[in-house]
Structures are given as structure tokens and as C-alpha cells.
Design a protein around this ligand. Sequence first.
Ligand SMILES: CSC[C@H]1O[C@H](OP(=O)(O)O)[C@H](O)[C@@H]1O
Ligand SMILES: Nc1ncnc2[nH]cnc12
Length: 285
Amino acid sequence: MAPVIGIIGGSGLYAVEGLRDAAWHDAPTPWGAPSDRLLHGTLEGTRMVFLPRHGRGHVHTPTSVPYRANVAAMKAAGVTHLVSVSATGSFREEMAPGDFVIVDQFIDRTRGREGSFFGPGLVAHVSLAHPVCPHLSTACAQAARRAGARVHEGGTYLAMEGPQFSTLAESQLYRSWGCDVIGMTNMPEARLAREAELHYASVAMVTDYDSWHPDHGAVQITEIIETLQGNVARAAAMVAALPGLVGGGCDAGCDRALDHAVMTAPEARAPGMVDRLRPIAGRVL
Ligand SMILES: CSC[C@H]1O[C@H](OP(=O)(O)O)[C@H](O)[C@@H]1O
Ligand SMILES: Nc1ncnc2[nH]cnc12
């Protein structure tokens, strides 16, 4: 099956240029409207679908982003491979502002966000031990290098609630836990991508040293925006390099995550939940 590449663009990345037959389309879902319309198009013969995570003009906070609608809309659009692009702080001296980190683990410190498509009447448990697709992550690393970025492969992303940045004590604590980067949006996005059986990768663009670094002081939004402006062209070039690198087989099982995951007996399933879940889990229902 030919891959369809979805891109969720984070802070600073609100569109992608150069798509053939580009058009924005509404994408209602059983979980409401996504953050914005979806931008459909093709790049070197590969179908691409782009969604700005915070909406054009940056209207959604990290808490108000409709994560379920965003992932469901991508799935309904036929996306098979979902690449998240995000701005992050760094906990490592060597992961400097401007660098790209290909995230492979998450620690979730968000609070009260809707983190699953499933629920009462249709219960499922997927594995999240390895939350990203290793093949898509490698493709992103290659694409980012082709775009001229300095790339670190592997890193743990601490997802915080925000919208305020961390205190100094929190920043030092996350560093002591072995976290590499910090942001406010990759959870529950990564959980939902796994439930939707999408190949998911997360590209973190480092914009600052959060607040732990003795030489950099507290993170300032002005510093972040300045670094983002330098990063956006490289992020766009990375996206443009993805077709041709994405696809082929995946032995990690991302697209079969729901095999054996549904716990609720067929006769006990709530019909309304089954209908709602069909676009996500129809393969196993
Ligand atoms: C602009 S700084 C804080 C903001 O940026 C990141 O957003 P995203 O992950 O969508 O790139 C971070 O998570 C915060 O939402
Ligand atoms: N230091 C930081 N903390 C949380 N989210 C961020 N996004 C960019 N920099 C960040």
C-alpha cells in the first residue's frame, strides 16, 4: 500500500509550501473538529496531509488542542504515517537551539487531557512501550539531515501541561530523570496515534534550554520565536525530503497495534461506542 504522509505542524509551522494540487478541506470527526482544516496535496507523487496543531494564527493552547479530532481526522484522510513537528526546550548541553531531536520515548506529566479514543462500553489497551515507529523515525532523521539540520537520534520528551514554562526545580527534576527535551503537546498525541494504528514519529526542534542552564537563565518566548524562525525553513525542507524515504515494510507492528487490544466482550459493547470507534478501530471491531 502506498504511504500517505501526515504532518502535524507545531509552533511556527502553520503550512507547507510546494504541494501539488494543494487545497484546505474541512474534516469533521466524531470527536469534533480538528485544530484547523486539513491541507491536502501531493509531493513527488506521494499524498501528503498537513494540519497546524494550534490552528492557523495559533489559536489553540497546548491544553485546548483537540488531539482526538486531529488524529482521527488524519486517520480518516487515509494517513498511514504521521510525523509530528514540535518546538521544545532542551535538557542537554549538546542538544542546542537549532538542533533536531528524533524523539523515541515520552514521559507524560499532562493533566486531565482526553488520552484515548476508547472508553466505557468499549475498552482497549494498546502497548506504548515503544511509542514511535523506528522506520519512520529513521526516515525523519535522514530527511532532517538532508535539510541541513544537526540531528540527534533518540531522546525522551517530557510532556508538561503548560501553558507556563517549568519552574527551575521542575527543570532540574526532569533533567535528573534523564529527559532530553520538553514540550507541551506530544502527549496524548502519541498515545492516540498508536490507538489509531498509525506509524508515528516525533521531530523535536530545540528552541531553548528551558530554565536549568546556568548560562541561559529563564526561557523567554522571544528567544523561542527567534530560534523558530531559523528552524522553520529547515523543517519545511525536512518535510519536502520525506517522500521517497517513507514506506516499505514495518516490522514494529504499529499498524497492528489493536490486535488483541479490545477487552470488552462483543455482546457487552455499547453500540454507540462501536459506531464512533469504527473509523479508528474498524479493522478489529
Ligand atoms: C512557542 S513555545 C511553547 C509551545 O511551543 C510548543 O508547541 P508545539 O509542540 O506545538 O510545537 C510547546 O509544546 C508549546 O505548546
Ligand atoms: N522550554 C520549553 N518548555 C515547554 N515547551 C516548550 N516549547 C519550546 N520550548 C519549550
